[in-house]
Design a protein around this ligand. Structure first.
Ligand code: DGL
Length: 220
């Protein structure tokens, strides 16, 4: 990116199209800000790499966005937040860096003693950040977390109305059909297949990461 090409903008990035679901919320909540979005589709999926690879990819994107003059960064990716937010904040202390996390808290607070399913990438489910969140809030409801292998990759490919998407979802979460009340969309790609998830699981309510990121950025 050219030096100062996006001076004063908020830089938003994800491994691909998922971050656009966060960007939409940012634009709605903060309409006076300028945003520049980078979707690293060439390197997706992040959730099936190693944390070290995701730190390296994220660092290089943040460096580019800062060279382009961005005044703040939003990591519009649960996986990159889990793997890299602490490192990025330590390396670039001069800019606010806002991340996202699976919306487990609002889900369990609305479904106390009911059944909540968390769908996220294998890396997000495995890393300490989510395990801590689970330890903090998991006692309020019956919570199951499913690592959704292949789902972000399939969403990157588009044509989401094709039957193979439902087949993939059946393989991942079909066992929970009719048994869950709330579903946490713990990857920013997943809101694009909310309709298909409902077709597999039944009438569930969804919780995604969009609203909180905008509020946090607003506070900084
Ligand atoms: N959109 C990213 C997230 O929120 C991950 C997708 C991927 O695996 O690349 O976790």
């Amino acid at each position: 990116m050219e030096k100062d090409a996006y001076k004063g903008a908020v830089g938003v990035f994800d491994s691909g199209v998922g971050g656009i679901s966060i960007l939409r919320g940012l634009v709605r909540e903060l309409p006076h800000e300028d945003f520049v979005f980078f979707g690293d589709s060439a390197n997706a999926p992040y959730g099936e790499k190693t944390p070290e690879q995701v730190v390296d990819l994220s660092r290089s994107i943040v460096q580019d966005l800062l060279t382009a003059g961005c005044k703040a960064i939003v990591i519009a990716c649960n996986t990159a937040t889990s793997a890299a937010a602490d490192e990025l904040r330590a390396e670039f202390p001069e800019v606010p860096i806002v991340g996202v996390e699976p919306a487990l808290k609002p889900a369990v607070l609305e479904h106390r003693h009911e059944h909540v399913l968390v769908m996220a990438t294998p890396m997000t489910v495995r890393l300490q950040k989510f395990q801590r969140l689970l330890a903090e809030w998991g006692g309020e409801a019956q919570v199951d977390a499913v690592p959704c292998w292949g789902l972000a990759t399939r969403i990157e490919q588009g044509n989401l109305d094709r039957p193979d998407v439902i087949e993939l979802l059946r393989g991942l979460v079909g066992d929970y059909a009719g048994k869950v009340d709330g579903v946490v969309l713990g990857c920013t790609h997943y809101p694009y297949v909310a309709k298909q998830i409902r077709a597999v699981l039944g009438d569930v309510s969804f919780y995604d990461s969009a609203t909180r990121a905008a509020r946090q950025l607003h506070r900084r």
